[in-house]
Design a protein around this ligand. Structure first.
Ligand code: SAM
Length: 275
């Protein structure tokens, strides 16, 4: 069988995967939701024809968007995940022993339902008493909750459609205000190869609002360019100063106490984005 799914990243780059079947396809009020099965990476979630995650490589992204920040804080108790309808980020947060409550605010119920039905390998147990699921706009939720969360994770789609506002300076100010006094946030911030001006702007905004801004890296094979940035804004705790020997090792596949520090070692072309 030679059927391919093609993601048109831009006019000059496409990403393709040979696939065996379409498991789910629906148009929600927000986007086109599809789950396909691929030969190389197993089941894959596509939103508006853009790869969000796959069973084969999701661990990198979900471990890195959660554990780096969680292990920077001495005692993260309340965590908010904005977006992340596939459920992988919430699943990883729930593995942290000090977390008492995870609020999950996703705008599109269709993504949550598709993940619960077709991607049980990725998503979380929806009946876990520590999870509060809110179907709604993360921007509104963050604006309405001051001084509430120890950590906020922005696990959003690319900066188009309902996700545009999740990358604005105004939103980062509300995130700052929604965090407790020594809280921090982490956002996925796209490719250092293909989105340099975008990352520079985000870093500048976060650095002007938070006492400390940091960029770190992970490798996500299904995202354009593979190398991926995460940006952190933190009020007090510096992720680079975390004592690796104090990190409780989890049974993770990408994140580890050594990877925690290594993720902040940036090649010069990425460091240049912070100037
Ligand atoms: N890891 C993924 C990536 O980088 O491609 C992101 C995965 S997750 C599926 C992104 C989710 O963000 C989507 O389910 C989308 O519905 C949600 N989203 C977009 N804008 C949102 C908003 N304003 N509030 C809450 N969720 C939002």
């Amino acid at each position: 069988m030679n059927v391919w799914f093609t993601e048109y990243q831009n006019n000059d780059l496409i990403i393709g995967c040979r696939m065996s079947q379409v498991l789910h396809h629906e148009k929600t009020p927000f986007q086109d939701v599809m789950v396909v099965d691929t030969f190389l990476l197993g089941k894959m979630l596509l939103l508006d024809d853009v790869i969000q995650t796959s069973v084969g490589d999701e661990f990198v992204y979900h471990e890195m968007i959660t554990h780096v920040g969680l292990n920077t804080l001495p005692n993260p108790r309340r965590v908010l995940v904005v977006g992340g309808g596939d459920g992988g980020a919430v699943r990883e947060v729930l593995r942290n022993k000090s977390v008492e409550k995870v609020t999950h605010c996703e705008i599109d119920r269709g993504v949550i339902e598709a993940a619960q039905k077709f991607l049980p390998e990725i998503t979380y147990d929806i009946n876990d008493p520590r999870v509060e699921l809110i179907i709604g706009d993360g921007i509104k939720h963050v604006m309405e909750n001051k001084n509430t969360y120890d950590m906020i994770i922005i696990d959003s789609t690319d900066p188009i459609g309902p996700a545009v506002g999740l990358f604005s300076a105004e939103f980062y100010q509300s995130v700052h205000d929604a965090l407790t006094e020594d809280g921090l946030f982490v956002a996925q911030t796209e490719s250092p190869f293909f989105d340099r001006d975008f990352i520079k702007r985000i870093y500048k905004d976060v650095d002007s609002i938070f006492p400390m801004a940091r960029i770190y890296l992970g490798n996500v094979p299904t995202y354009p360019g593979g190398l991926w940035t995460f940006t952190m804004g933190t009020k007090k705790h510096d992720p680079i100063k975390v004592d690796a020997s104090k990190i409780t090792a989890l049974d993770t596949k990408f994140y580890s106490p050594e990877v925690h520090g290594a993720a902040f070692v940036l090649p010069p072309f990425v460091k240049a984005l912070m100037k």
